[in-house]
Design a protein around this ligand. Sequence first.
Ligand code: ADP
Ligand code: MG
Length: 449
Amino acid sequence: MNHPTVDKKQTWSSVLEKIKAKITLDQFATWFTGLRLIKFDKHEVLIHAPNLFCKEWLKNNYMDIISSTINEATNLKPDVNFVVEGEKESSKLDSPVCHAPVPKSVEKQAYVNKNYTFENFLVGPCNRLAHAAALAVCESPGVAYNPLFIHGAVGLGKTHLLQAIYLQLQQRPNQYNISFLPCETFVNHYISTIKSGSWDNFRSRYRQSDVLLIDDVHFFANSQSSREEFFHTFNALYSQQKQIVLSSDCPPEEIPTIEERLISRFRWGLIARIDPPSFETSVAIIQRKAALLNIDIPYEVACYLAGNVSSNVREIESSIVNISKYASLNNTKIDMNLVRLVVHDSLKERRKCISIEDILNTVTKHFGVQISQLHSKRKFKSITLPRQIAMYLARRLTNLSLEEIGGYMGGRDHTTVMHADGKIQKLKKADRNMSTMLRKIEKELVRRK
Ligand code: ADP
Ligand code: MG
């Protein structure tokens, strides 16, 4: 092991001092006081972390701060790495779910998670239709809803539902030839078939399915020729009354570059949207996940997580895992104090990702207006709407106060920001086009990061 010299140690101490000034004392005491410097040169800074959880937490939440502070202090840009005593590959933090390999009827790279069953899927107003339709497909494949097209933002349970159909039908031995695969697999298989020329193989692979489940078909946006091939696969299966189930992160008509003829086919069956869970559904999901993981989460904590973490179920799930790991490593029980500490860090990091400048840039680009117009006092509808949307998004996606947002919007009063926020919320509820547009802009914001 490489031992840092005295001045390297001093540099590291000054880096720590600077970091301390940038975060709260609580955060510093929790994550930084147990670190030990092992190596510091222009290529690498290697730090010993007291445990795996701490290491993962620093990597996921503090990497930017650590790297930029090292750069401030030294003008160098070394890699920053962490080690933990006795660390083994297999002990890396994993998501709690266990991946079981899929039977031979499915592509090798597709994985089915045995926990993604109907029993483990919580139903609320946000996903009732998609869930009911998925069950109906299992009852009578090819008859009830064909195709079934499920769409919704990431982390809301689309893959879970597709796999639940797969797992349910698979329990009926030899009855159905079922294929579950990510769209990407179809596209990659198509591209490799262009090279190999084994079209018989390719076509029989998909066209002999009784039930074809393709996840994330928005991926088709990237490849016109594979869309063409999928169109023929679709027709072949549909004409034989074979079941097709598709998922996407947006409705068919919003998949970029997609042809009208595919959109119209998707509309032949049922299009079911999954919305973010309501507060009550989130609480129920959290309690179910905690029970599945054998973690005791008080009701108060479940409510706090449901109200503060995110509407993305995947993120809710990972915060439960983080909290439980933190509690077991520190040998404490899960209570509000602990949860506030752990959740606070990750919330702050996430919100920090999107700045008011990002919002202004994305909104002005979307509407084709200038930032100076948003700042102006003009009241044309073509300008007030983007202005109000920018304020609404800033309320949701940044940590700025009403006053601060008003300041960025051409020196407006905090009541103007409140009014804009309320107005867009109302429009979003009442007008489907508005909610679609907001979703598009938010997606664009995340994509640009
Ligand atoms: P998507 O495919 O829509 O991005 P996933 O199906 O991968 O989302 O879901 C993300 C995580 O959230 C999974 O672990 C899944 O089990 C969980 N999840 C989503 N919705 C529900 C629900 N209604 N009940 C239980 N777990 C859910
Ligand atoms: Mg998915």
